[in-house]
Write a protein that binds this ligand. Structure first.
Ligand code: GDD
Ligand code: MN
Length: 358
């Protein structure tokens, strides 16, 4: 197997680790006949990691990048992307937390199993975290939970990731903090993803750079991801906000028709329904399903017709549920109507998302 691969290793004070890991990675390259390059992106470490990498470059396929006046794991990895021209790109830690022998497992997921993106995962059954203290396990679990709207994989916090170059084509990454992997999972363009179980080991030399500031940066990254990437949860919240605005529109138009135009109250309700429907349509199209709309091929007219159909169907479900709960199961009217509205809203949401604004 000859593949053109580059592996980016961000470093800060990793002189001893980098001196040990580069020969190991080269060994893996040789053993599996991989045409590979290692790109070390060092933030001008006081222990001169960049210099060690540079010297190793005489014997091994290493490019040493010394970045001055900037710090940060994710931004260092993104810097490394600039220096890679390979078909497959990966990144990993310098400290042997990610076993070099397992590079081949991630590469095979791409070259043999056809994945676009391969993530070394600590939480698959066979993967193990050796000796982590309880607080770190809990922190890692909480961070993973917060990332769940963006990806359903088990270990989105992983720093051991390989992917095909095209995954990042046209993608604007926001490299704050540590979680460059999550950024790629949330924004990258991939069809097939594979999680590969890895044995995460304790670092060989030196100490972790994971500080309290990293938690703050992570929350900042999540906040920005929520604003940039459309998730089903975010869409549902927006859909409900639009629904509430629609209710206000409905009541205003209803009163206007009733008191100023002296319509019959049923006619007023029909007029109010169509006004609210239209304003909901405009808001959902421009806001709730904005990103989705860009990719869709449906014309505005068809979208409007479908949205109308979804809303009428929703009304039908509302009335039917209300009737069944109240008349058949003898629940209180208000409780019955509440449950009926909730089920109609859920139905409207899925109909809009999957069909009208597809
Ligand atoms: N260039 C650069 N700049 N590199 C950095 C910086 C920085 O500011 N901070 C850390 N690194 C490098 C380290 O030198 C190391 O090679 C790698 O990034 C990971 O840093 P560690 O300090 O070893 O992080 P960790 O072990 O606490 O975190 C690991 O586990 C996390 C899962 O909880 C990493 O694999 C993370 O990516 C992973 O999310
Ligand atoms: Mn580490």
């Amino acid at each position: 197997m000859r593949e053109h691969v580059s592996i980016i290793i961000p470093t800060y004070n990793e002189a001893e680790n980098i001196a040990a890991i580069i020969p190991k990675i080269s060994e893996v390259f040789t053993k599996h006949a991989i045409d590979g390059k290692i790109i070390v992106v060092d933030d001008d470490s006081p222990d001169q990691t960049w210099k060690v990498a540079e010297e190793l470059g005489r014997r091994y396929p290493v490019k040493s990048v010394r970045r001055q006046g900037e710090r940060g794991l994710s931004s260092a990895v993104v810097k490394g992307f600039e220096f890679s021209d390979s078909d497959i790109i990966g990144f990993m830690d310098a400290d042997f937390s990610h076993p070099p022998e397992q590079i081949i497992d991630l590469l095979r997921a791409i070259t043999a199993d056809g994945a676009d993106l391969a993530v070394g995962s600590r939480y698959l059954d066979e993967g193990k975290i050796s000796k982590w203290p309880l607080y770190r396990r809990i922190g890692s679990w909480g961070a993973t939970l917060l990332a769940s709207p963006f990806t359903s994989i088990k270990d989105p916090m992983s720093g051991f990731v390989f992917f095909k170059r095209g995954v990042l084509e046209g993608v604007l990454l926001n490299p704050i903090g540590f979680k460059i992997g999550l950024e790629i999972l949330a924004k990258g363009r991939y069809r097939k993803l594979k999680e590969v179980p890895i044995v995460f080991k304790d670092r060989l030399y030196g100490e972790s750079k994971l500080t309290k500031g990293v938690v703050f940066e992570y929350l900042k990254q999540l906040w920005q991801l929520f604003r940039e990437v459309e998730t089903p949860i975010g869409q549902f919240i927006k859909f409900c906000v639009v629904g509430a605005a629609g209710l206000a529109v409905n009541l205003i138009i209803f009163s206007a028709c009733l008191y100023f135009l002296h319509f019959h109250y049923l006619a007023s309700a029909v007029a109010a329904f169509f006004f609210a429907l239209t304003s909901n349509f405009i808001l959902n199209r421009a806001w709730t399903f904005k990103v989705q709309k860009k990719g869709g091929q449906l014309s505005v007219r068809i979208q409007y017709q479908r949205f109308l159909f979804v809303c009428l169907f929703g009304l039908g479900v509302n009335l039917l549920t209300l009737h069944i709960l109240h008349a058949v199961f003898e629940h209180h009217e208000i409780l019955s109507q509440l449950l009926a509205v909730l089920s109609a809203t859920a139905l409207n949401f899925f109909g809009s998302k999957k069909w009208a604004f597809r």
